[in-house]
Design a protein around this ligand. Structure first.
Ligand code: FAD
Length: 232
């Protein structure tokens, strides 16, 4: 491996992006990968039947669309096409309805009933500030922020446990939305609050939702009668 300016261990999205940045800076780079296929958590494989392609880990890529650096790579020239569904995600509820993340703050707020106003208040400033915000949060924190107010506003709502956010947006629909999104993070949700309508196992304290938020314990409880929440 001698003779290279840099050796990148792992060909996941972060390793490949670092390798591209180094190569663009004129450095010679070797990427080493232990697995049989490149791509890390973003690779696609035939996991079941021949011809059926599965996402091994990641399947939803909002930060690919938002990343200022990835936009400079012109990946669409190499065949990348991001598919934007009419509604980015939904969290099914026991009453047959669903908490929906629609494509606008106003449309999502409409579906959240009483929590709609709080949703607008919390999310609308983030959407407004998306331009300066994403470069701030997607770069290494090695220098002072260029937009401290924007970053501070994001941190005020975004760094606490998901249950704090849940308390600011009451109701099963907002709770389901927050729980589903929080389930993809590796942080404790830290609360006794449970999301869902009536329990399906006869215990009114237990809900049939796949995610419950536990006080100080592990973030997630196993599914109770429905599929696991996942996301990215
Ligand atoms: C189940 C699941 C679902 C997810 N869903 C989403 C999603 O929907 N959207 C989203 O944005 N993110 C999602 N993520 C997160 C996303 O997959 C990761 O953030 C992303 O893959 C991290 O990229 P990375 O390059 O840091 O590491 P990885 O993608 O993990 O790549 C690391 C690579 O390094 C290789 N490697 C490790 N050690 C060595 C070694 N010693 N020598 C050589 N090679 C080595 C590994 O084989 C691997 O290929 C999900 C993750 C999981 C686990």
């Amino acid at each position: 491996m001698t003779g290279y300016d840099a050796v990148v261990v792992g060909s996941g999205p972060n390793g490949l992006t670092a390798a591209v940045a180094l190569a663009r800076a004129g450095r010679s780079v070797l990427v080493v990968e232990a697995a049989e296929a490149i791509g890390g958590g973003l690779r696609t494989e035939e996991l079941t039947e021949t011809g059926y392609l599965h996402d091994v880990c990641a399947a939803v890529f909002p930060l690919v669309a938002a990343s200022p650096y990835l936009r400079t790579l012109g990946l669409e020239r190499h065949g990348l096409r991001l598919v934007h569904p009419p509604a980015p995600l939904a969290h099914p509820l026991d009453d047959g309805g669903a908490a929906m993340l629609e494509r606008s703050v106003a449309a999502t707020a409409e579906t959240l009933g009483l929590a709609g106003a709080a949703y607008r208040r919390i999310v609308a400033p983030l959407v407004r500030d998306a331009g300066p915000l994403f470069p701030e949060i997607l770069r290494p924190p090695v220098r002072a922020p260029r937009h401290p107010l924007v970053l501070g506003r994001f941190a005020a709502g975004g760094l606490g446990p998901a249950t704090l956010l849940g308390r600011r947006m009451p109701g099963d629909r907002a709770g389901g939305l927050i729980a589903g999104l929080a389930a993809s993070r590796f942080l404790k949700a830290s609360s006794e609050r449970r999301y869902g309508s009536s329990g399906s196992n006869g215990d009114p304290g237990r809900q049939s939702h796949p995610l419950t938020m536990q006080p100080g314990g592990s973030a997630y409880e196993p599914p109770l009668g429905s599929g696991a929440v996942r996301g990215g």
